[in-house]
Design a protein around this ligand. Structure first.
Ligand code: BG6
Length: 476
């Protein structure tokens, strides 16, 4: 469905995120016909570039990061035609009048703050004082949204001085992933899952976000964050919320976010022995985490596994095991809902227990599979085996083009739909849960366990489940 004509101003328009994600995402939506040539996309940054130079920069970005570039030369020209640039001094007065002349409060206006959070206040203040942003204007901000509850609160307060909560779009790109939304369709669009979605039938839940890349190149940022701040506080927490939340009465931004907030509030403190932190070692050919971070004494974790609990009627007694890390065996993200074993088997000699496992694959090979127990084919009697019922989206939905996270999220901003964005209170509540855990290990000088690159993380992470008589799913 096409969106209304818009002005999108990208602060930090020459930066990495703009080149890798924002510009290619807009291009793809344009090729798909989602907006017309009357849209205006304005890069704004410190560099003194002309409009023509910015279009060249954008075209280079498309060449490098957009698969559609090659076959769509006509669209490339039309797309670039919509791009403009203003050289701006975020904390001074340079460029603001020029920016004002290029955007109109009569159109949908979106201001994307793809800059350091320390600049949010200065930008918001100038958009206001120069009367650039109209009353309906939207601001888009990226993570990291603070580094603890206090800083997140301060950022929220700064934005709130100039914008209403309904105008603020806090991006967590995991919420834009196709399968993540499918999670809601699966739970609330089918009869067969929701009745079983509780501690009577579910034994435990595993959420794994495994990456093969290290932190090379981003070491300076990452070493101040670690996996907890970089991945758990936002992405894994969002996944956990969608899995665990109560059904909202309607699919609407605040109804969904109210339910997610309740989950975060019900999360229990995690005891230190239920957290395993790791750092990848060097190999013969690749540097260690500490080399990548250029910090030989770093205690920052590039891997974390933890056992969490949600204290409410639905989930009491059901552990949620979370793990994420860099330089693991495969790039593979999955949510696995492991059902309880049958209480009694009628099949003599059966080597059970068999379990149904619902696996929701985020990447790669987005899809869902369900392990079911069936009879092994052949005349050998009632021998049971577990097989997956596989729904790989690429096969099932062949011919439908599934947009990438940023495409969907940016179009939602233009449409004014906040469902897939984090509300201020949600972000603060998430920090309220992670802060004591981080403070705890910092106070203890907890040293992360070393792990071999290409493995599943430190041995201790395996023990986290073994102790409970369970095991992690393979990372593959
Ligand atoms: C980002 C993190 O938010 O998400 C990165 O800062 C991480 O460290 C990335 O690599 C993972 O995103 P995706 O979409 O590749 O799973």
């Amino acid at each position: 469905i096409p969106v209304a004509p818009f002005d999108l101003v990208v602060f930090g328009g020459t930066g990495d995120l703009a080149k890798r994600k924002i510009i290619p995402a807009l291009f793809r939506r344009f090729v798909a016909g989602q907006f017309e040539e009357d849209a205006r996309i304005i890069g704004a940054a410190r560099a003194a570039l002309s409009g023509a130079e910015y279009r060249t920069l954008a075209e280079e970005a498309l060449k490098e990061f957009s698969a559609e570039y090659v076959e769509n030369s006509k669209e490339v020209a039309a797309f670039l035609h919509m791009l403009d640039y203003v050289s701006i001094d975020a904390t001074g007065d340079g460029g603001w009048e020029e920016l004002k002349a290029k955007t109109s409060t009569d159109r949908v206006q979106a201001f994307y703050f793809s800059v350091a959070p320390s600049l949010f206040g200065a930008l918001a203040e100038r958009l206001h004082s120069y009367q650039i942003a109209g009353p309906e204007a939207r601001v888009v901000v990226e993570k990291p949204f603070g580094r603890d509850q206090e800083t997140a609160k301060a950022l929220n307060a700064t934005l709130a001085e100039y914008f209403d909560e309904t105008q603020i779009y806090r991006i967590d790109h995991y919420l834009g992933k196709e399968t993540v939304q499918n999670l809601m369709a699966l739970r609330f669009g089918n009869m067969m899952f929701e009745p079983l979605w509780n501690n009577h039938y579910i034994d435990h839940i595993q959420i794994t976000v495994a990456e093969t890349v290290g932190v090379g190149g981003r070491g300076a940022y990452y070493d101040k964050s670690g996996a907890m701040r970089d991945m758990v506080q936002n992405h894994l927490m969002q996944l956990l919320c969608l899995i665990a939340m109560e059904p909202p009465a309607i699919y609407d931004a605040d109804a969904v976010r109210d339910e997610k907030l309740k989950v975060i509030r019900a999360l229990q403190p995690v005891a230190p022995h239920h957290i395993v932190r790791g750092q990848y070692e060097a190999t013969d050919t690749a540097p260690s985490y500490r080399d990548d971070a250029e910090n030989p004494r770093s205690f920052t974790e590039s891997f974390i596994a933890m056992r969490c609990e949600i204290a409410n009627w639905r989930w009491a007694g059901v552990p949620f095991y979370l793990r994420t890390g860099k330089k693991l065996r495969a790039r593979s993200s999955e949510i696995a809902v492991v059902f309880k074993a049958l209480g009694h088997s009628i099949f003599e000699g059966d080597t059970g227990p068999h379990r149904n496992i619902l696996s929701i694959r985020l990447q790669p090979n987005e899809g869902i599979d369900m392990t079911v127990t069936v009879k092994e084919p052949g005349p050998g009697g009632m021998r049971l085996i577990d097989v997956p019922l596989d729904l790989t989206f690429a096969e099932a939905m062949a011919g439908t083009d599934s947009p990438e996270a940023y495409e969907r999220l940016i179009m939602d901003v233009i449409r004014g739909n906040q469902t897939l964005f984090m509300r201020g209170d949600e972000v603060e509540a998430a920090w309220r849960w992670t802060d004591p855990l981080i403070n705890g290990w910092e106070a203890r000088n907890d040293v992360p366990k070393q792990y071999v690159p290409g493995s599943s993380g430190p041995e201790d992470a395996l023990m986290l489940l073994h102790r409970d008589g369970r095991r992690w799913r393979d990372i593959k």
